[in-house]
Design a protein around this ligand. Structure first.
Ligand code: AR6
Length: 197
């Protein structure tokens, strides 16, 4: 009887954790959250893709603050204010450039998500939006990146009830579908690697 109660509790907790993760298709620069995460490069001085979009929408104050930060290592993250963005803060992280998956890429990509959320918690933030880090110019295969991103964020939320919401904001339908299936797989208890992707 006691064992059955434990199982039910664990099941309920899983559902509660997954309900704090959202997957949407859209533009991360419009998100009204405490922080959006930027897929930056190690200079933190701007670039193309989502990085360019965030700096364009947020205005020059973000770049001015980035200049004071001394860059950022791959897998690490640093925070600035959000400038003119609806989001109050930007957490800049540097994803791995994908080579063959045998050069620490999965661990570094997981670290980007974990470090971003650690910084959010350290600043008392409750809602964080992520783009598909490394899934553009940095070439990470999207299904694998989606699995790592969703699993890492879910594991972090499990240990941090003070975080209300992690939202993945995906630009295109392929990325949106990959992250949606990764979340469904997590909900059904299937492990990565069981799907041939
Ligand atoms: N909102 C949400 N997602 C977006 C947006 C947007 N406004 N714009 C692009 N994406 P990328 P990376 C998606 O290349 O692979 C930069 O030059 C995009 O479709 O921005 O980590 C940096 O300075 C893709 O799915 O980031 C670095 O040098 C995802 O965001 C380098 O690119 C990430 O694509 C980082 O490469």
């Amino acid at each position: 009887m006691e064992e059955r109660r434990t199982e039910e509790t664990e099941h309920n907790m899983d559902t509660a954790i997954l309900s704090r993760i959202e997957i949407v298709q859209g533009d991360i620069t419009t998100q009204e959250v405490d922080a959006i995460v930027n897929a930056a490069n190690s200079t933190l001085l701007g670039g193309g893709g989502v990085d360019g979009a965030i700096h364009r929408a947020g205005g020059p104050a973000i770049l001015a603050e980035c200049r004071t930060l001394g860059g950022c290592a791959t897998g690490e993250a640093k925070i600035t204010a959000g400038g003119r963005l609806p989001a109050k803060h930007v957490i800049h992280t540097v994803g791995p450039v994908y080579r063959d998956g045998q050069h620490g890429e999965p661990e570094l990509l997981a670290s980007c998500h974990r470090r971003s959320l650690e910084i959010a918690v350290a600043h008392g933030l409750k809602t964080v939006a992520f783009p598909a880090i490394s899934c553009g110019v940095y070439g990470y295969p999207i299904p694998q990146a989606a699995g790592i991103a969703v699993q890492t964020v879910a594991a972090f939320l499990e240990g941090h009830p003070e975080l209300d919401l992690a939202r993945f904001v995906l630009f295109g339908p392929d990325t949106y579908n990959a992250f949606s299936s990764a979340l469904r797989r997590l909900g059904s208890g299937q492990q990565e690697g069981e799907h041939g992707c």
